[in-house]
Design a protein around this ligand. Sequence first.
Ligand SMILES: Nc1ncnc2c1ncn2[C@@H]1O[C@H](COP(=O)(O)OP(=O)(O)O)[C@@H](O)[C@H]1O
Ligand SMILES: [Mg+2]
Length: 443
Amino acid sequence: MPNDTRSAWLKTLGQLALVLLLALAIGFAIGKPWPVITVAALGVVGWHYWKLRQVLLRLTARQRFTPSAGDSVWNELDRLMFRGQSEMRGRKRRLIDMLRAYRAAAAALPDAIVVVERNSQRIQWFNEAATRLLGLRYPHDLGAALSDRLQPLPVAHWLASGRHAEPLLDTPSPARPDLRLSLRLIPYSDELWLLVARDVSKLMHLEQMRRDFVANVSHELRTPLTVVHGYLDMLDPAEKPDWAPMLTEMQRQSQRMTQLVEDLLMLSRLEAQEALPEEVVSMVPMLTTLKREAEALSQRRHTITIEDTAGVDLWGSTKELHSAFSNLVSNAIRYTPAGGHIKIRFSSERDGGTRLSVEDTGYGIPAAHLPRITERFYRVSTSRSRESGGTGLGLSIVKHVLNLHQARLEIESEVGRGSHFACCFGRERVRARDVNHYSEDHA
Ligand SMILES: Nc1ncnc2c1ncn2[C@@H]1O[C@H](COP(=O)(O)OP(=O)(O)O)[C@@H](O)[C@H]1O
Ligand SMILES: [Mg+2]
């Protein structure tokens, strides 16, 4: 017990003893000790009851009170209660201030933040940016179903995938179609999800400018290059033997530059498109063309085999798929020393899809390079790529073409043993092969 409380307690005990002694003295003085003592005791009990009632009233009134002055136990109890109440109020105020500060911080964020109930997918809270970016209105939309409020966006299905939802990277805002948003779903507790939407319009605009710039530069370079290339082709090294090595090198370099410009233009075109014109891609002529091109490039330095066990055709863009496949085939030949074996295989997968794979017995790619191999201009060995006439854009083109076909590129490689590139298509890309069509063609 603290000292103050103990002394108040002792004092009250002393007062009680004093009252009883006084009652005893008066009682004896008037010759009736017991009635006087009884009255005095009842008075003391009554007084304490009255004090107890006051304490109970204060406790139930839930109002702020000032402790009464004095040094009895009841005053001490008052003081203790007052202290407890003040401490609790202080704690509550600090908590409310902290909560307000958090809310203010969340409200001031430039990204839209929406707290969503996980099971019902209803909106619990959102900040000001959610009004600007997503068109949510306060307080009207509190408690509304999120997918109803973000109607034009494909969020219902997205929300259903929950924890595994991939961010929606570039979506038009339901509030302002000129804004582009990137949406992310963050499950932060068992019951609540956080939807974060960021305005990426500027970023997309910059990206668009970069694409346009590359496309324009490539386009502008094309004509002068064609002219230079044309004139160089007209010069016959045999006529000027002294210049022969120089001319050959100039022709080689201008050829390389032309290829680079063509590849850049192709990439820009692929990037600008969200879908390609689609048709049935006849795989028999495709494989024949690939083999012919491979043989032309190989100049009999490699064994080239074609295997077609799938017996189906594909649905997609013949031109783009041809350019993707032929990039893989030309890589296999360029990065395989003479005497190697290149196998082009078109086969079915267990899930109903198909794959076109190109296997070689060439130099292989060190595992550390594999994750970045499809980036633009990424080359394992710049000198080897240059020597072989590569631009470093081939696999980038392959990746883009496959993305536009919702297909995947699988790469396996071992240094010194060879590489295996496979384009894997889903079953929705498979079409039955029209055998009559081929027999008529061949007839
Ligand atoms: N079949 C392969 N065998 C070994 N290395 C390969 C093969 N295919 C691609 N590469 C490596 O990947 C790099 C990128 O390929 P690509 O994008 O086609 O560019 P490049 O124009 O250099 O051929 C190449 O420079 C090469 O180092
Ligand atoms: Mg290449």
